[in-house]
Design a protein around this ligand. Structure first.
Ligand SMILES: C[S@@+](CC[C@H](N)C(=O)[O-])C[C@H]1O[C@@H](n2cnc3c(N)ncnc32)[C@H](O)[C@@H]1O
Length: 285
């Protein structure tokens, strides 16, 4: 399966920049996102024997958690547009017979399997579609009537200082910082809950619930300021900085980010923020 032109840029990013970063830093990301996983999977409530799709599954952390819930009589398919992510996911999941993967663009590729899915889940994997309505129509086509959708996505960047604060420092050193317009594909595309409701309604999902949830985020997996810095310097703001400034300015900017992060370190050195997400659920009629 392959990406159409619309999502080609995202496919490239997640294969050659975001994917390798995510694979290398997988433990830190998982630590940082653990509370959001737990809450969204509580809402999903996958049952033994169910057939579940994990959209934008990345390196399969949530796919494997769902595999535990559905047990050996159930099954989970992880789909992701990035071969880099799926390669890592396959390595981690080799021992799980009920888990399989597809390199697929969830917006355009046929996701329907022999049996339609009972439920679709995503942890931060549905904010990157060029045409979100088309994507949620396509996803619905793989789900049985009455099947459920549960995903977790970020509230607006301004409500998430773990990314907005280091990004603001980096952008202050970047001659032409790129600020993605609201609603463009990216981590904060679903920051506005009205937009989420509009997209899902247009894609004919029903019983839509959008619930705010906040939890502590330990940037860099709680491993201290250096780890938090490393994670921050994998961001898109950092990519923009790297592309636009000379080496000396890049080092100065990196030190400024380090100093700003250090102000958020607790007594044990963990760099702590509050993360704000939406837990979204809906039913396919
Ligand atoms: C922020 S990462 C989250 C990964 C994983 N869900 C996790 O929480 O560890 C977003 C994921 O969405 C995937 N993605 C982006 N656009 C996609 C698309 N159109 N179809 C399928 N996956 C996509 C990316 O490749 C990436 O793995």
């Amino acid at each position: 399966m392959s990406s159409n032109g619309d999502n080609a840029q995202q496919a490239d990013y997640w294969t050659s920049v975001g994917g390798p970063h995510w694979v290398t830093e997988q433990r830190q990301f998982d630590h940082m996102l653990a509370a959001f996983s737990a809450e969204s999977q509580r809402v999903l409530a996958a049952q033994p024997g169910e057939h579940v799709l994990d959209v934008g599954c990345g390196t399969a952390t949530t796919t494997l958690a769902i595999a535990h819930s559905v047990g050996e009589t159930g099954s989970v398919v992880g789909c992701d547009i990035s071969p880099t992510m799926i390669d890592a996911a396959r390595v981690r999941s080799a021992e799980f017979r009920q888990v399989s993967f597809a390199i697929a663009d969830a917006q355009t590729d046929d996701l329907l399997q022999a049996d339609p899915f009972d439920a679709v889940y995503s942890r931060f994997g549905v904010m990157f579609f060029a045409d979100p309505v088309a994507a949620f129509v396509n996803i619905a086509a793989g789900v049985r009537p009455g099947g459920r959708l549960v995903f977790v996505c970020w509230q607006p960047e301004a409500a998430n200082a773990w990314i907005s604060m280091p990004a603001a420092v980096m952008r202050s050193f970047t001659p032409n910082p790129v600020l993605p317009p609201p609603n463009m594909p990216g981590p904060f595309a679903f920051g506005d809950p009205d937009r989420i409701r509009e997209v899902l309604t247009e894609a004919r999902w029903e019983q839509i619930l959008i619930v705010p949830y906040t939890a502590d985020i330990e940037l860099g997996g709680g491993l201290g300021v250096d780890a938090a810095l490393q994670q921050s310097m994998g961001s898109r703001a950092a990519q923009g900085l790297r592309e636009q400034v000379d080496d000396e300015t890049y080092v100065t900017a990196t030190e400024a980010v380090r100093a700003a992060l250090a102000e958020h370190a607790d007594d044990e050195g963990a760099v702590r923020f509050t993360g704000a997400v939406w837990i979204v659920s809906a039913i396919r009629p």
